[in-house]
Design a protein around this ligand. Structure first.
Ligand code: G1P
Length: 277
């Protein structure tokens, strides 16, 4: 049964300084909702209601966000602002939240391994909140859960990126077994364009089977000297089937200023029913 979603959220968000000096980057708002709440709502839509955060120093605001604020609720009760808290109340009602801290920053693979204590011996999803995903129909995680139920193996979400941008992503190589679904044969973390086998880039949505934890423990530091989840999943693909799925929808890279502004405009226009392409 797949019902756990893990959110690595220990990174510093240096690209957004000074906004992220005293505030976690995951709490930056896209219009009026923090980035991380979009990710949690996508997880809930996919049936994942046991939410785990791998957090770190300076991330207390995330815990406070996914909790009741009695003074505030009392202040606005019965007024016209009360409805502004409805979405977050619904999120809190539907989920459980657990936290563990990544004490040292040793890469995404290391962050996910730190989350093992919250996950145990079960398949789980990993959501990188920096990647904001939208779709008019099913969300990306829901699409992936459907595939997991069919194939029972690890799945990464991918999209095509311009060939000169491969050094910003994990890149997969594989055989297309059905429209938009690839059986992974190789994965490389942040290859230079000349070393990239394809332009199929991993985006921040994964479903992983729990054998990944033992594999991460054996993985040596890779790109940027960090323990890379891409290297661990590549190793997993050598032992058993791993799929890469070209998701339906749109993804904004909210880890970059440009993507963040684009997402903000997109969400604002959607909220105000201004036509968007
Ligand atoms: C991480 C992963 C990378 C993936 C990317 C998606 O990189 O290591 O494989 O393509 O997320 O956003 P980061 O963006 O943390 O450098």
């Amino acid at each position: 049964m797949l019902n756990k979603g893990l959110f690595p959220a220990a990174g510093y968000g240096t690209r957004f300084l000074p906004a992220t000096k005293a505030m976690p980057k995951e709490m930056l708002p896209i219009v009026n909702k923090p980035l991380i709440q979009y990710g949690v709502e996508e997880a809930i839509e996919a049936g994942l209601t046991q939410i785990g955060f791998v957090s770190g120093r300076g991330k207390r605001a995330i815990e406070d966000h996914f909790d009741i604020s009695y003074e505030l609720e009392h202040q606005i009760a019965g007024g016209d602002k009360e409805m502004l808290l409805q979405d977050i109340r619904d999120v809190i009602d539907q989920c459980t939240f657990s936290y563990t801290r990544q004490v040292e920053m040793k890469g995404l693979g290391h962050a996910i391994l730190t989350g093992e204590t919250l996950i145990g011996d079960e398949p789980f999803a990993v959501i990188l909140a920096d990647d904001l995903c939208t779709n008019s129909d099913k969300g990306v995680l829901k699409q992936m859960v459907g595939l997991f139920n069919e194939y029972q193996c690890s799945i990464v979400a991918i999209e095509e990126v311009p060939p000169d941008q491969t050094a910003s992503y994990g890149i997969i190589e594989g055989k297309e077994i059905q429209d938009g679904l690839f059986k992974v044969s190789n994965m490389i973390e942040k290859p230079a364009p000349e070393d990239a086998p394809t332009n199929l880039a991993i985006i921040g949505r994964y479903i992983l089977t729990p054998d990944i934890f033992d594999i991460i423990r054996t993985v040596k530091p890779g790109a940027d000297g960090e323990i890379q989840i891409t290297d661990a999943i590549c190793e997993q693909a050598r032992k058993r089937m791993v799929l890469a799925y070209k998701f339906k929808g749109r993804r904004f890279d909210c880890g970059s200023l440009e993507g963040y502004v684009e997402a903000t405009n997109y969400v604002y226009q959607k909220q105000h029913q201004i036509s968007v392409e």
